[in-house]
Design a protein around this ligand. Structure first.
Ligand code: NAD
Ligand code: DAU
Length: 376
């Protein structure tokens, strides 16, 4: 296959590119990325010389350019990750999110339609796989009908026992209720992808994944930002009281899910991807402090006083929790890493790759946060 991966220089994208380039030497992998602040080719140093890999700097909104590229490279599969991905930025600048996430996705769909429909075999053997987020489903409550205090142990329909902060989970049947400009734009792009299947017969798949963590994540997101700040003994800006719950998945497990679904997922289906791994933000922050301190030989927990409660994120969704039973049941995927193991690996990676962090962490970037949130 000749596969176009968009957003391959970003956090999740580089793991997907690496997996596909190494696992499928018979495929040609074309990585299309605009290289925004979040795209970094240093993330792909280990694959850039491989004969089955090619990088193209391009905007997904460039309809003509994308179509010419698809023609030149005979693209028959698309894995679409390119997006503006940070909720806080979407609150400040929603236009960019509509432009890239909505118009960019539509432009990519139109280019794929035009190219594939011009081929004698049309949509035969083609695939448009759109990577989306659990945030499109909105926010879940932290209550239980019998008044059981969260977190409590529950059982997923896949049979797996796990800790939960409420009795509702995001399933594929839930209606969309996005709250942030980021999730509204992602929801819109999901609808466009499904519309291209329903209207034109394009073979599409959509997946909605929970919060990813791991190496090469831009340090504006909770986990890498806080690891870096703990290392440098800078304040840790916890939004609100740190009570919000997120469901965390190691990024390489997401990449493996994408591989499984790209090859074996059913056309027109939606799959939720998550690790049944809910955590309150404040508990994650404490795990990060303990882990960084231990690995740096500081007294464990010495840096707890860095925790700084700041003004809450506007419209901050209370709880996300993915039910990935369908994916586990139908395609046999499951996460390979326990959270404790994944966090240890992740913290070690950032501590061992300080040069990477320094490279992407500019003074300007820190100012951005200073402007946006007043310390309480
Ligand atoms: P990221 O911000 O780290 O990377 C995005 C990449 O897209 C960057 O390389 C950037 O240069 C590129 N890009 C942005 N605009 C572009 C444009 N107009 N044209 C071409 N390239 C462009 O994002 P991420 O965290 O790796 O997320 C990747 C995808 O996965 C996104 O679609 C996101 O919505 C989705 N997702 C992310 C998470 C998560 O926890 N990070 C969870 C679920 C889904
Ligand atoms: O759920 C999937 C989503 O996860 C993806 O679609 C998004 O692209 C990705 O960015 C992520 O969104 P979140 O908003 O959940 O991730 P973030 O790391 O920004 O924040 C995680 C939680 O931590 C959230 O409740 C807000 C809080 N937070 C975040 C930052 C950056 C803080 O308390 N302080 C911070 O400085």
């Amino acid at each position: 296959m000749n596969i176009l991966i968009t957003g391959g220089a970003g956090f999740i994208g580089n793991h997907v590119v690496r997996l596909f380039v190494n696992k499928y030497p018979q495929y040609k992998i074309v990585n299309l990325d605009k290289l925004t602040y979040a795209g970094n080719l240093a993330n792909l140093k280990d694959v850039e010389a491989k004969p089955n890999y090619k990088f193209v700097k391009m905007d997904i909104c460039d309809f003509e350019g994308v179509m010419r590229l698809m023609q030149a490279e005979h693209i028959d599969g698309i894995i679409h990750l390119a997006a503006e991905s940070h909720v806080d930025r979407s609150i400040k600048d929603p236009f960019t999110f509509a432009q890239t996430n909505v118009m960019g996705t539509l432009s990519l769909l139109q280019a794929a339609k035009a190219y594939w429909e011009s081929q004698p075999e049309k949509y035969e053997g083609k695939r448009f796989y759109h990577i989306s987020t659990d945030e499109v489903y909105g926010a879940l409550a932290m209550t239980h009908p019998e008044g059981i205090e969260p977190p409590y142990t529950t059982k997923a329909s896949s049979g797996q026992h796990h800790l939960a902060y409420g009795d509702q989970f995001f399933t594929e049947e839930l209606k969309y209720q996005p709250h942030s400009p980021y999730s509204a734009a992602k929801a819109s792009s999901d609808h466009f992808v499904r519309a291209f299947h329903d209207t034109f017969g394009m073979p599409t798949i959509v997946t909605n994944c929970s919060n990813n963590y791991g190496p090469y994540q831009f340090p504006e997101k909770l986990i890498p930002l806080f690891i870096n700040n703990i290392r440098h003994r800078k304040p840790l800006p916890v939004y609100g009281r740190g009570e919000n719950v997120r469901d965390w998945l190691y990024v390489e497990d997401h990449a493996r899910a994408i591989d499984t679904i790209f090859h074996r997922g059913k056309v027109a289906e939606t799959y939720n991807i998550g690790g049944f791994n809910e955590w309150k933000n404040i508990d994650i922050v404490k795990v990060l402090i303990n882990t960084v301190d231990r690995l740096l030989g500081r007294p464990e927990g010495a840096d707890m006083d860095l925790i700084t409660y700041v003004t809450d994120r506007a419209g901050h969704d209370l709880r996300y929790a993915i039910d990935s039973s369908k994916l586990q049941r139908e395609l046999g995927w499951e996460p390979s890493l326990q959270f404790e193991e994944g966090i240890e690996k992740t913290v070690r990676w950032y501590l061992d790759n300080q040069a990477w962090l320094d490279n992407v962490t500019s003074g300007k970037y820190q100012d951005y946060y200073r402007d946006m949130y007043d310390k309480r």
